[in-house]
Design a protein around this ligand. Structure first.
Ligand SMILES: Cc1cc2nc3c(=O)[nH]c(=O)nc-3n(C[C@H](O)[C@H](O)[C@H](O)COP(=O)(O)OP(=O)(O)OC[C@H]3O[C@@H](n4cnc5c(N)ncnc54)[C@H](O)[C@@H]3O)c2cc1C
Length: 627
């Protein structure tokens, strides 16, 4: 047994898998320790990846050389681009996934990654240097000690996890899996602050017992797309497979009445659950209480995979007694004869307020110790995966004594997420929304590769093939844009098309750029009528055409957002020494000094976002630094 590694990753959930892959691909010797190797990259809750703002994160992970996008594409049973009818900043890719295939593919990819070793066991304790300042390894339940230069903790919902179903309480990190004890207690002793959060999951049912004729069909998109910027990852685009549809149905008053009979045994309403749950993913009992005026709630009936009859009842998350769940479900249209495979449940677990972290996800208190995923108070696979990726990258860079990779708020949703966590903290499970990003027109799903792949390539994480594809995309898009800006279309060629869509005809030659700026006109539509454009894009792929079109149609807005981002960039470039003594600035208020000492902002930009730090405090800091 090799017992010394560069980096140990604890936990093989979404965060742990990305952390291990990133650090190993950059050249670190990695040990991935997880409780159960059969459950690597388990989707604990819904069998889906992406969605609004989360889809952008998956594309960013892919652009940086992470695996989540590839695995999601290859295990997809359905693809949708959400919000297509809105502006491009809102387009959000989402896949419905085969849960078992997703996990199997992740394991396969990790097993094929050189430099990753595995150990199935439960980590019970961290090995900390004598002065208490640095992590040096871990001790497992089997009593094995492993040593390393850095440790990434990604324990998910497992730290002192308690599962609730009605009045029943079971220790566990996920249904059928043990909780992890010891780590929280040790970290608290070292001076860390911990808290409690909760989340929940719906029952799973037998698809053979459902009547789909009573539900609405929810097919995948006709215009196919995928997460990964690499070719060949989608079985639908390849033509290998056809998508499986989902269905929608609704609760009703009778369902609500039955659910209410379980309230007196509800762990949530009777105060047995102390932790706060995800605001935007409430349980069905929470929904019928908080929105009591609503007569029904929509449910999505989602297949769990290609080769299983198991169905995930999205929207029906609950921790009511299982017999109440079962009875209520029988009154949902299409569920009259539903057989339940497993009841829904809630889980409470420990997390560590993320204000205890640096922007690299390393802890302030213990050097070379990193936290990523649900342990930081987030919820969601995508949020966890991107933190894992960044923790893996930064742990590797730290071990190699290289400069860290910190993504700014104007560079990536990942930057927004980490900055929000570290700078503002969270007291309820944090999930990403497009509204959290100030520069969302810059942070689109279509340009994540252009934004991030060059950085990943420079660090040795993204491969040559990825970089070549990005370069080609930029060059070809620029070529199309130049052509549109410098070439004009003829009225006699374009007018029949313009008139057919109710757009006013041209009276003279007009630059294609101006024609395209009209609503409802696309490059592909122009190509159908104009052979000049047809020839121009003959060899240009769909993604590049889309890129060129967005850059032209939204040129003014994008430019304005870039100018605003530049202002923030200037503040972000003003670094603050981590050992800076704020007590020496007499003109700073007491609250500002306390906050700055607690959060230890890395830049003036980060300092300006700490709640309680006002513009006057920022000016004082700027004047002081100027001096
Ligand atoms: C019941 C339930 C419902 C959920 N509902 C939602 C939802 O509605 N919406 C949503 O977005 N997200 C939901 N989630 C959260 C989602 O599953 C997580 O956000 C995501 O999986 C977190 O990823 P992670 O990598 O941080 O942790 P996890 O995926 O939880 O993985 C943690 C890993 O660490 C391992 N591990 C833990 N402790 C140790 C140890 N001491 N030693 C070795 N290995 C260890 C575990 O075995 C596991 O492999 C839910 C989770 C659960 C359990």
């Amino acid at each position: 047994m090799q017992q010394t590694y560069d980096i140990i990753v604890v936990g093989a959930g979404h965060a742990g898998c990305e952390a291990a892959a990133a650090a190993a691909n950059m050249g670190s010797k990695v040990l991935l320790i997880t409780m159960n190797m059969q459950n690597i990259a388990q989707m604990s809750c819904n069998p889906a990846m992406g969605g609004i703002a989360k889809g952008q994160i998956v594309r960013e992970i892919d652009a940086l050389g992470g695996y989540s996008g590839i695995v999601s594409d290859k295990s997809a049973i359905q693809f949708k681009m959400l919000n297509r009818s809105k502006g491009p900043a809102m387009w959000s890719p989402r896949t419905q996934n085969d849960r078992m295939l997703f996990a199997a593919l992740w394991r396969e990819m990790l097993e094929q990654t050189p430099n990753v070793d595995f150990w199935q066991d439960m980590v019970r304790e961290l090995i900390i240097s004598k002065d208490g300042k640095r992590v040096e390894g871990v001790v497992t339940g089997l009593g094995v000690s492993f040593y390393s230069k850095a440790v990434v903790l990604t324990n998910g919902t497992f730290l002192n996890g308690i599962i609730h179903i009605g009045e029943k309480q079971l220790g566990g990190g996920r249904t059928g899996e043990a909780a992890s004890h010891g780590i929280t207690e040790q970290l608290v002793q070292l001076g860390f602050e911990s808290g409690r959060m909760k989340t929940g999951t719906p029952p799973r049912v037998d698809g053979r017992s459902l009547d789909y004729s009573k539900m609405e069909l929810q097919p995948g998109d006709d215009v196919l797309d995928k997460f990964s910027y690499l070719p060949g990852t989608s079985p639908f685009i390849n033509g290998e497979k056809k998508q499986i549809p989902c269905h929608a149905t609704y609760t009703n008053q009778k369902v609500h009445d039955i659910l209410k009979t379980g309230f007196e045994k509800s762990p949530m309403f009777q105060g047995r659950i102390q932790g706060l749950g995800p605001r935007y993913c409430p349980s069905i009992e929470d929904k019928i209480t908080r929105f009591s005026e609503r007569e029904r709630h929509q449910l999505f009936v989602e297949p769990e995979g290609w080769n299983t009859v198991e169905i995930y009842v999205n929207g029906f998350s609950t921790s009511l007694p299982e017999e109440v769940q079962y009875k209520a479900m029988q009154l949902i249209p299409g569920f009259e004869n539903a057989k339940m495979f497993r009841p829904g449940y809630a889980i409470e677990y420990d997390y560590f307020p993320p204000t205890q972290l640096k922007l690299t996800l390393e802890t302030h208190l213990v050097e070379h110790l990193y936290f990523a995923g649900q342990i930081n108070g987030t919820t969601g696979y995508e949020e966890a995966a991107c933190q894992g990726l960044m923790a893996g990258i930064n742990a590797h860079l730290k071990v190699q004594e290289k400069a860290p990779l910190i993504l700014n708020r104007y560079e990536a949703y990942i930057g927004v997420l980490i900055d929000d966590l570290v700078t503002k903290g969270t007291d309820e499970p944090y999930r990403m929304f497009t509204s959290r990003a100030e520069y969302r027109l810059l942070l689109r799903q279509d340009n994540a590769d252009i934004r991030l792949t060059p950085m990943a390539f420079e660090m040795g994480l993204a491969k040559q093939e990825r970089m070549e594809r990005v370069k080609a995309k930029i060059e070809k898009a620029n070529h199309v844009i130049d052509y549109f800006k410098n070439t004009s279309g003829e009225p006699e060629v374009l007018n029949p098309y313009l008139e057919s869509i109710g757009s006013s005809p041209l009276t003279q030659k007009w630059r294609y750029f101006n024609v395209l700026s009209r609503p409802n006109i696309s490059i592909n539509d122009l190509a159908k009528t104009d052979t000049q454009i047809q020839n121009l894009i003959a060899d240009v792929d769909k993604e590049t055409i889309e890129q060129a079109e967005i850059l032209m149609k939204y040129e003014g807005y994008i430019q304005r957002e870039k100018e605003n981002a530049d202002k923030l960039r200037r503040l972000e470039e003003l670094k603050i020494n981590p050992d800076f003594n704020y007590d020496t600035i007499t003109s700073l208020g007491r609250e500002a000094i306390e906050k700055l000492k607690k959060f230890k902002p890395a830049t003036i930009g980060q300092a300006s976002r700490i709640s309680g730090i006002n513009p006057a405090d920022v000016n004082v800091l700027l004047i002081h630094m100027g001096r």
